[in-house]
Design a binder for this molecule. Structure first.
Ligand code: C5P
Ligand code: C5P
Length: 468
């Protein structure tokens, strides 16, 4: 059972500790992950610290491992605040930093760490960290313990939760602790909630482009195919242009939305997955009232996608700047980066279309060997996209890429129609430990980094655990 009272009490302790450090002018480093939830949680933590006058910096890493911990230690900060990473490495963190660190996180961890003095993790308070509470939400709870005025950071926490695809309440809604954050944002008039199509570019793109550029849900024949979308809609007599200008999804009338849904439904497969695809197309939309509706920042899901792209393109500073409010240089740079990011993803997916040894299906697992063409930072994006595609929706996707000269990075996701109950976080953690690597995550999404020489042993261990 979730225990909000215990969580609030823990957050209050954490805020006292951090306020004390701020008063003593100690140097605090916020260390976070590079994806949307990582950049959001790091930004919330950093901003809350700045607001109490702390001497704080923030840094985003693609992964935390022994080497990264050594490098952080060498920088000799007085205190390290980890968000969205660290739960699987508590012993190493204690060895490196003693008691001078705090992990604020939502990844699965061993229950004996629930009450660890240096850990504040959603699981320890009865929340499912994969669905009820993002890291950004956890950081927000700490920020609120500093000052109720930090309620104006609630939109960033919502962005983090959406970035981690925690919109898995009814009708693609936020639930659990994330819903509480949404309530704060509504109370402050910072967000509006409506029901609409969930395609990217809902307010900013021509309708056929918005449908084509969205990969979740994946609509066979339309996703990724702008011309096919244009043809399908025009042939059905759908009014795509008004006074020479392309219309967007947000301006359609209710009867038009109904008609569009019918057209799109005819493309969704009829093999039993169709209704799931349809239910993924429409849901709760979160609009950020302070953002310009002509930019992707107005829609909280698109905001998340934008900063995620910054992280994946090795420009975490740009993603953090946007989360912290930069709407000038940062935004135009991010828009450029997301364009490049889409091209990169498109190329990698293209490579996977061509038959060869890059993808092989072994039982319930689709193994992608991306050593030569997938960058380490892109593995999570590729595995997420593949697992949400029609082709692999009943598979576990396991993507492999090089990490430096001696290691490999693995990223795994479960498709929504995967036929069995498995916990990827545990599987990746245990298989990685077996070969001297580190791994972990959530039940539906997890990753690992292992020595290159152990690649076959690791893959075999994963396949065996999935088959059990
Ligand atoms: O590190 P982190 O928790 O932020 O991992 C986020 C990744 O896991 C995202 O790529 C997100 O798509 C995926 N995820 C998911 N379902 C969840 C939680 C996370 O697919 N319930
Ligand atoms: O890297 P990737 O996006 O596949 O990671 C999926 C999830 O697993 C993320 O939440 C990530 O933070 C987590 N993870 C982890 N420990 C690792 C690698 C990934 O907890 N060593």
């Amino acid at each position: 059972m979730p225990d909000l009272e215990a969580l609030t009490a823990r957050a209050s302790e954490a805020s006292k500790l951090l306020s004390g450090l701020a008063k003593e002018k100690k140097r605090i480093l916020v260390v976070t992950h590079i994806d949307a939830d990582g950049l959001s949680s790091g930004s919330i933590a950093f901003q809350a610290l700045e607001r109490i006058g702390a001497i704080a910096s923030v840094r985003a890493l693609p992964d935390l491992d022994g080497r990264a911990i050594d490098a952080l230690k060498n920088d000799k900060f007085d205190f390290y605040l980890f968000t969205d990473l660290g739960s699987g490495l508590i012993d190493q963190l204690t060895a490196a930093f003693g008691t001078n660190y705090l992990v604020v996180d939502h990844h699965q961890l061993s229950p004996d760490l629930y009450v660890h003095p240096n850990v504040m993790n959603a699981w320890g308070f009865g929340y499912d960290g994969g669905t009820d509470a993002s890291s950004a939400t956890m950081a927000y709870v700490v920020a609120l313990a500093f000052d109720e005025g930090n309620k104006n950071l609630s939109p960033i926490a919502i962005i983090g939760a959406l970035g981690d695809r925690q919109d898995n309440g009814p009708g693609r809604s936020l639930a659990g602790l994330n819903r509480k954050v949404l309530e704060d944002a509504l109370e402050k008039g910072l967000v509006t909630v409506s029901k609409d199509f969930l395609f990217h570019g809902r307010e900013t793109r021509p309708i056929h482009e918005a449908i084509a550029m969205t990969y979740t849900p994946y609509i066979a024949g339309l996703s990724g195919a702008k011309d096919a979308c244009l043809a399908a809609l025009s042939n059905s007599g759908f009014v795509l242009k008004e006074h020479g200008r392309w219309r967007n999804l947000a301006e359609l009338s209710d009867p038009e939305k109904q008609k569009l849904l019918e057209i799109l439904s005819s493309f969704a497969s009829t093999d039993g997955g169709g209704s799931a695809v349809i239910s993924e197309m429409i849901g709760e939309v979160y609009s950020l009232r302070e953002e310009d509706s002509l930019t992707p920042l107005h829609d909280a899901r698109e905001f998340a996608t934008l900063i995620n792209a910054c992280g994946r393109m090795d420009a975490t500073d740009v993603g953090i700047a946007i989360a912290l409010g930069d709407r000038d240089g940062g935004l135009s740079e991010a828009l450029r980066l997301i364009g490049e990011y889409r091209v990169k993803i498109g190329k990698a997916l293209q490579m996977l279309q061509t038959p060869g040894e890059r993808v092989s299906t072994q039982g319930d697992v689709a193994v992608v060997v991306g050593d030569e063409f997938i960058e380490e930072r892109m593995t999570g994006s590729i595995s997420s996209l593949l697992a949400s595609s029609e082709k692999y929706k009943d598979k576990m996707v396991l993507v492999r890429a090089r990490s430096g000269e001696t290691e490999l990075k693995f990223s795994s996701r479960l498709g929504d129609s995967f036929p069995k109950e498995v916990n990827l976080g545990l599987i990746m953690q245990q298989a990685a430990e077996l070969v001297g690597g580190v791994g972990g995550g959530h039940s539906m999404a997890a990753g690992a980094k292992i020595p290159m020489a152990k690649r076959d042993e690791f893959t075999r261990a994963v396949l065996k655990k999935v088959a059990e």
